[in-house]
Design a protein around this ligand. Structure first.
Ligand SMILES: [Zn+2]
Length: 114
């Protein structure tokens, strides 16, 4: 796997569907004959055929994996991650410590079983 494959693997949203609209507005549908309502989707001449519509999430927005509109954003996010890897790791570790401390301060709920 190359760098782009690793990024896609990490940020792809699980599962796929028969139809998705990308953040950019392009519509994609799965090319399968086993779906009854596919005929209606194919009527939309603006929709693009896909072998399975998967999504990727970047900056809280969902894009269709097959669309090329998110490639520039991917480069930007990858560069941010690469150039800030140590800072990101420090932040995540600090946040983990804060959350563990916060969770430990919550008193357990004692259930009276009688
Ligand atoms: Zn798109």
């Amino acid at each position: 796997m190359d760098k782009k494959d690793n990024f896609i693997s990490a940020f792809t949203i699980g599962g796929s569907s028969i139809y998705e609209e990308c953040e950019c507005g392009k519509k994609y549908y799965e090319d399968t004959k086993s779906v009854d309502n596919l005929k209606d989707l194919k009527v939309d001449s603006n929709a693009f055929e896909s072998s399975g519509v998967e999504r990727i999430s970047l900056n809280s927005k969902d894009y269709v994996l097959e669309c090329d509109c998110w490639n520039e954003k991917m480069e930007s996010v990858m560069n941010f991650l690469d150039f800030n890897a140590v800072s990101i790791a420090e932040y995540l570790n600090s946040e983990r410590e804060r959350k563990v401390k916060e969770a430990n301060e919550i008193k357990p709920i004692v259930l009276d079983k009688n």
